[in-house]
Write a protein that binds this ligand. Sequence first.
Ligand code: SAH
Length: 218
Amino acid sequence: MNWSYEDNFKHKGLRKRLIIELQQKGIQSKSVLEAINKVPRHFFLDAAFLEHAYEDKAFPIGNGQTISQPYTVAFQSQLLELKPGDKVLEIGTGSGYQCCVLIELGADVFTIETVAPLHEKAKFYLQNLGYKAHFYLGDGTLGLPNIAPFDKIIVTAGAPIVPESLVNQLKVGGILVIPVGDQKLQKMLRIIKTSATEFKQEILGDFAFVPLKGKQGW
Ligand code: SAH
């Protein structure tokens, strides 16, 4: 993050335009659009990509990883149907941008990253931006058994299967949003835990995430 960045009228104008674009692409949740309108995405990109911060595109954030496309962040956030105070597990902290959007939606976020420098950087950035989350370094496919159960779980990397530990760490009535497929293309799944042993699954469109690594990943 470049601390000489400011959030000026130009950035705010570009964010408004991005919000209109997301609406045109089908994002309807007012609270999600408002949250995206609040988070200064340009703070999360290297200076070289500053001009592109409010285009609806994914960008490299170092260590071979990417900050998700705003449409994808909005789509996943909308599927979570967040309520203020929801206890949320995020797998794949990355830049921390999605985490900030969840915080703006009122969530209490527990976020796991497997790449140490990304974990450190996101922790530092979010603290400095005034966003409070709980940061963990490790394999997110195992979830956080000591902190479970969660109201909502969001996976922001492409999984080969739905990790069983994540399903087990959902509350009854809880929602898991996870892209599942091969390493190039995944289907977005929304899994709702309807009772201690029953689930409802929806399949919601194609996405391209970086691979989810780990014990129950690639
Ligand atoms: N939510 C992020 C996007 C992250 S890209 C953002 O808003 O910027 C996906 C991230 O998942 C990468 O940083 C990658 O290192 C991480 N990841 C991959 N496998 C993981 C695992 N098993 N546990 C935790 N993080 C993982």
